[in-house]
Design a protein. Structure first.
Length: 152
């Protein structure tokens, strides 16, 4: 089966994965907010989120969901041909990102990874291959660096 023949279903699968990443991002944001509340209540906690950081991350979550929804709506008309990336690679990367979001403790790292994932999704949804390479490579580098730190 060619990529084009499976495209609508495959892009829906990618959109599902991006939505699941947004779910993980939401869970991580809420965990950080709860940690901040415990810290303010004198109970301590690791990696709390300030109100500004939480708001920025919520905006990334909403934007990521919007991009996933755009992929659902436009699945039949989009093709990954000429994008320089395969669907299996994108699905693997989205799953790895989702798992990473679940474990991130540093807000700056969470913001960088979610922003890159959002940029990748936006480039694909807009069928703009010229906007895909930079965030895709940045995301891969961030995930590889995190994996190296976790393995050390």
């Amino acid at each position: 089966m060619s990529l084009t023949a499976a495209l609508p279903h495959d892009l829906e699968t990618l959109a599902d994965s991006l939505s699941a990443s947004a779910d993980e991002l939401h869970e991580r944001i809420m965990r950080g907010i709860r940690q901040q509340q415990r810290l303010e209540g004198g109970n301590g906690g690791a990696a709390p989120l300030t109100q500004g950081a939480a708001q920025a991350l919520f905006e990334n979550e909403v934007a990521l969901r919007q991009q996933a929804n755009s992929l659902y709506v436009d699945a039949a008309s989009h093709s990954l041909e000429g994008m320089g990336v395969t669907l299996p690679e994108l699905l693997r990367l989205a799953a790895e990102t989702r798992a990473t979001i679940r474990r991130i403790e540093r807000v700056k790292e969470l913001a960088g990874i979610s922003a890159d994932l959002l940029a990748v999704a936006a480039a694909i949804a807009a069928a703009r291959p010229e906007h895909l390479l930079a965030p895709l490579e940045s995301l891969k580098k961030q995930l590889a660096a995190r994996h190296a730190r976790e393995s050390a």
